[in-house]
Write a protein that binds this ligand. Structure first.
Ligand SMILES: Cc1ncc(C[n+]2csc(CCOP(=O)(O)OP(=O)(O)O)c2C)c(N)n1
Ligand SMILES: [Mg+2]
Length: 578
């Protein structure tokens, strides 16, 4: 049977279970868009900017069993999408990036949008493929999909030349998709050693990142059995439920909340799963893990990168942890007593909350905001944040109970993530409540994407944390340097903006308006309308993260830099000079 390249593209994407594609059509991909329009399995979602398309694809990959897919034009489509592709790359999120590209027939020179795309995306993708003939189109997409998922997941780039999309040829029998088997061999001796170390420790602890998401039940059983407190990375915030008695909080080291710091004070054996001990999750590496560090990760490159591991276990977290739990149960039949630890964690969490609540402000107190919001959120809730001070506030003050229920940009730290991510979460989880927490700066970057929510009738809420500043940068300059440079942008008229984008608008100016404001916003979403809630947030109290991370940064600087910075800060504070 004769088929076109565009038809084969649709066939391949349907076969691997793609449900949504994201992008903007152009001369080089309209054939594919025409085909996708005919699909009953795939919704081609048209966005306002390709960076948003990539953030949306990322959010789909993070929260569903399908792979987030881009259909974009070459050149500017790819450079626009680069921030979202790079975020997926550094955060280990699978993604397919399909770009129609210039005619591959010989003799076609100086075509518009002709540029060396594989070189352009090389540092932010796992691999690039270029389809050479109709015969290899389907198998190339299958291979790209397997590559995106295998080992450390990540984005994979595919070029399909426009002449192949159009060409119509006899293709014979179509290939069927065969996934790569995921289970790798487990070294029983190392598992037994790890289990011994954990049960012999007096104060074992567990630190988990996003890659342990599929193992959340096993980690809960391990923690309960070992009497071990659990902390998470920022990306892995939703890997361990906040309502578990041994959940301590986000971060590890001096930038973590008090419940983490106290629970891990005496830790003599740490099981670290799916974390590279990044700067963010450790507050600029403000940690000293115990000698008995058991490091488990899919990526062997992270072992001993920052801290020497007594044992390293390379492989899939769910597989390895299942074997580890089995061994622990074999060696120690009775669970360790953890009531006292659980009470200490609960008390620390409680007093951290009280400290925040005591903070007086005539704007909105962040702890009161998150407390009121938490009570409005049903079990099936998905939360997305952007990058900024609001992210750390959410991480410290909004308990996340649902596995995979919180996403934000971490490794690449790309602002502009939240609004598109919220849209993608609602598109792919229509029965969930979906809310975003976004800074005013990030809203100025990708806020136009709110119009897409209106187009697709998405009843979502964007909580605009409006401090009028680039808050995170403002604080990181103000605390050590006593000078803020370039942290103020133009002020938007958010009412007009919201209405122009087809969103409802609600303002919450102080704590007294929290309950009625949230009630109104949630009611409006029932009409499948996106709602912007303009929260006049108070940022004058710092998060544990900000204070801890800045202290460590200062401590790690060399003596001359420390002295220069201290002198500069004091001069600025008392004399006021530049
Ligand atoms: C694309 C991009 N540009 C710049 C930054 C640096 N940056 C990190 S947080 C931040 C401030 C964000 O301000 P806002 O969105 O208002 O959030 P807030 O910190 O005030 O909560 C900036 C500029 C970044 N992470 N990403
Ligand atoms: Mg701000």
């Amino acid at each position: 049977m004769k088929r076109s390249g565009a038809w084969l593209t649709r066939y391949a994407l349907e076969t691997i279970g793609v449900t949504h594609t994201f992008g903007i059509p152009g001369e080089h991909n309209t054939e594919i868009y025409h085909e996708l329009d005919l699909s009953e399995k795939i919704t081609p979602c048209i966005v306002t900017h390709e960076a948003s398309a990539a953030f949306m694809a990322d959010a789909v990959s993070r929260t569903t069993d399908t792979i987030g897919t881009l259909i974009i034009v070459p050149a500017s489509g790819v450079t626009h999408a680069a921030s979202g592709i790079a975020e997926a790359f550094l955060d280990g999120i699978p993604m397919l990036i399909i770009t129609g590209c210039v005619d591959s027939e010989p003799g076609h020179r100086y075509q518009h949008q002709a540029i060396d795309l594989p070189t352009l995306v090389a540092p932010i993708t796992k691999a690039s493929f270029r389809v050479k003939s109709l015969g290899d189109l389907v198998s190339t997409i299958f291979e790209a999909y397997r590559t995106a998922l295998d080992g450390v997941p990540g984005p994979v780039f595919i070029e399909i030349p426009i002449n192949l999309q159009l060409s119509h040829e006899e293709t014979g029998e179509l290939p069927t998709f065969k996934p790569t088997p995921t289970k790798s061999a487990i070294d029983d001796t190392v598992i037994a050693q790890a289990a011994q170390m954990l049960i012999q420790a007096e104060h074992p602890g567990i630190f988990v990142g996003w890659g342990a998401k599929e193992a959340t039940d096993i980690i809960q059983s391990l923690a309960s059995h070992l009497g071990a407190p659990v902390a998470t990375t920022l990306q892995g915030l939703s890997v361990f439920p906040a309502n578990h008695p041994l959940h301590t909080g986000m971060g590890f080291g001096l930038s973590a909340v008090p419940a983490v710091q106290h629970a891990f004070e005496k830790c003599d054996c740490l099981l670290a799963v799916a974390t590279c001990f990044s700067e963010t999750s450790t507050g600029n590496l403000s940690v000293t893990p115990p000698e008995n560090l058991i490091h488990l990760d899919i990526d062997s490159k992270v072992f001993n990168a920052h801290f020497p591991a007594a044992l390293s276990l390379q492989g899939d977290a769910a597989n390895l942890l299942a074997a580890l739990l089995k061994k622990v149960l074999e060696l120690q039949a009775t669970p360790k007593e953890s009531e006292e630890l659980a009470q200490q964690i609960a008390a620390n969490k409680q007093s951290y909350q009280s400290l925040w609540r005591k903070h007086k402000t005539d704007r909105v107190n962040p702890a009161n905001f998150f407390d009121t919001l938490r009570k409005k959120l049903p079990e099936k809730t998905l939360v997305a944040c952007d990058d900024g001070n609001h992210t750390m506030l959410a991480a410290e003050l909004l308990p996340i109970n649902q596995t995979g229920g919180f996403i934000c940009p971490t490794g690449f730290n790309a602002m502009g993530y939240c609004i598109p991510a919220v849209n993608a979460l609602k598109l792919s989880h229509p029965s969930h409540t979906v809310v975003g927490i976004v800074g005013n700066g990030a809203m100025l970057m990708s806020g136009m994407e709110t119009i897409t929510a209106n187009k697709y009738d998405l009843g979502v809420i964007y909580f605009l944390f409006n401090d009028g500043e680039l808050g995170k940068i403002d604080q990181s300059e103000e605390i050590p340097n006593k000078r803020m440079t370039g942290t103020k942008q133009g002020e938007a008229d958010w009412i007009s903006f919201s209405h122009a984008m087809g969103c409802e608008y609600v303002a919450i100016e102080d704590d007294s308006q929290l309950q009625p404001g949230l009630d109104t916003a949630f009611r409006l979403t029932l009409q499948d309308k996106p709602v912007v809630v303009d929260v006049y947030i108070d940022y004058s109290k710092h998060t544990a993260f900000m204070d801890g991370a800045l202290k460590t940064k200062y401590r790690r600087a060399n003596r001359t830099t420390k002295a220069r910075h201290l002198a500069r800060a004091l001069t600025r504070k008392f004399i006021g000079s530049k």
